[in-house]
Design a protein around this ligand. Structure first.
Ligand code: NAD
Length: 423
């Protein structure tokens, strides 16, 4: 349990999950473990009040956060989430996973994350813009192209990044495209960014499948969450010959053992924003999703989805964590004991931040790459990172999650030690 006064300990919270993941890796860090406490507390956590005038003339206040978990290896990097359930603790956990993720793939960033406690669907576009601009202005004291670079996360997108970039630029007096990533293409965004996370899930999944002799051609995949990450990953697996046999999203759970038609699926998602009205599949109870016969399971929606009880029921041989924090620590143990290979979020969904890094580099050099160049570079970075993590897991006989933490924490703590403790 955490000893930070501003954290309320409750066992399955994302921050507690993160802390127990750190505890698992400390024995593998040798003398660097003496810096372990560094990983267990955010460097900086800013809570901001975001008051805006609603369209009806009244004023409403929202609670916003920006947490910089660790900046030993470079400026902070991490998305901004708009959700009514966002809490400081959740943002802390997400920022910490960004620290691990950036170090695990070798990007020159620390970890950060932001969020506002709001249901954005209840706001008009103008209200959303005012809230985004005020939030950006409030966190403007700690973000910047060399300090901390936000990006989209749940319920934020390219338009919101454009408003953030513009607000920061207005406040500082010069256009600063590098202050956020995930921007629209003509504002310094990068080709390939939108689908990058799903592509990374596919690349790490392809490599992991090869290692356990699972042929992608004909492999059956089940996906929870057909948003940006889940649908992009599913499309690439289907292109590689796999069959999408089950889909769950906020509108329900559908199965078809013969495979969903990908073009129809994408059309339904585009039209309705959910899978419920897809015709050629059977609707099942939501909980039955975890019993579906499949080879690869891709949780790509929410945190805390794979509990120990559900882990005991899974039929999949391979779990690819597209979402952040979908697995609880005791479920990790169950899957390990059952021989289910889990590619953890901290490497599996790192494709998004990798192409964000490409975007930032392109913004600084004002020279933009083709989509092919981006995809080839992304593929290489993900393959190399996974290979190193795999070797570490085999060397110490540990899970890929603990191995990713081992690789990442070693890099973070070496940087910590080399920089020295200020003053
Ligand atoms: P999104 O908003 O595009 O999609 C979310 C999906 O989850 C939707 O299909 C939605 O229907 C589904 N969902 C919501 N509530 C659900 C419920 N109760 N049961 C089942 N499904 C539900 O979000 P996204 O960008 O695809 O992100 C999904 C996950 O991936 C999040 O955990 C996010 O942090 C993580 N992630 C995203 C990126 C990125 O680049 N977008 C990068 C890294 C990690």
């Amino acid at each position: 349990m955490s000893n930070l006064s501003y954290v309320t300990p409750h066992a399955d919270s994302p921050w507690q999950t993160y802390l127990s993941q750190v505890d698992r890796v400390l024995p593998y860090l040798g003398s660097l473990a003496k810096w372990g406490e560094t990983l267990k507390r955010p460097k900086r956590a800013l809570i901001v009040d975001v008051p805006i005038e609603l369209d009806n003339g009244t004023v409403r206040h929202f609670e916003g956060y920006r947490v910089q978990h660790n900046l030993s290896r470079g400026p902070g990097k991490g998305g901004v989430r708009y959700h009514p359930d966002v809490t400081l603790e959740e943002v802390m956990a997400l920022s910490a996973w960004m620290t691990i993720k950036c170090a695990g793939v070798g990007l020159p960033y620390g970890g950060a994350k932001g969020g506002i406690r709001v249901d954005p669907k209840a706001l008009s576009m103008k209200e959303l813009e005012r809230m985004t601009r005020r939030y950006t202005s409030e966190i403007g004291i700690i973000i910047g192209p060399q300090r901390d670079i936000p990006a989209p996360d749940v319920n934020t997108n390219g338009q919101i990044m454009a408003w953030m970039m513009d607000t920061y630029s207005m406040n500082t007096g010069s256009t600063a495209t590098g202050v956020v990533t995930g921007k629209p293409i003509h504002l310094g965004g990068s080709l390939g960014r939108v689908k990058a996370t799903g592509r990374g899930v596919f690349v790490t999944g392809r490599e992991a499948a090869r290692r356990i002799n699972l042929n992608l051609d004909g492999a059956r995949i089940a996906v929870q969450g057909m948003g940006n990450v889940g649908s992009s990953a599913a499309e690439l697996f289907v292109q590689a010959g796999a069959k999408l046999v089950a889909v769950q999203d906020h509108t329900g759970t559908l199965v078809n053992p013969n495979g969903f038609d990908m073009a129809d699926t994408m059309e339904v998602l585009k039209r309705d924003g959910g899978i419920a009205n897809y015709k050629n599949a059977e609707r099942i109870d939501n909980e039955a999703f975890w019993d579906v016969d499949c080879d690869i399971l891709i949780p790509a929606a929410l945190e805390g989805q794979i509990t120990a009880a559900r882990a005991n029921r899974l039929k999949a041989k391979l779990v690819l964590e597209g979402a952040n924090g979908p697995t609880l620590p005791d479920a990790d143990d169950v899957m390990h004991d059952r021989g289910i290979l889990v590619v953890p979020d901290v490497i599996c969904n790192a494709g998004g931040v990798t192409v964000s890094y490409f975007e930032w580099v392109q913004d600084f050099s004002s020279f933009f790459w083709s989509e092919d160049e981006i995809n080839v570079r992304l593929d290489k970075i993900m393959v190399d990172a996974l290979r190193h993590i795999y070797e570490t897991s085999e060397k110490h006989k540990i899970t890929l999650r603990t191995a990713t933490f081992a690789v990442a924490c070693e890099r973070i703590l070496i940087a910590r030690e080399e920089r020295g403790l200020y003053p």
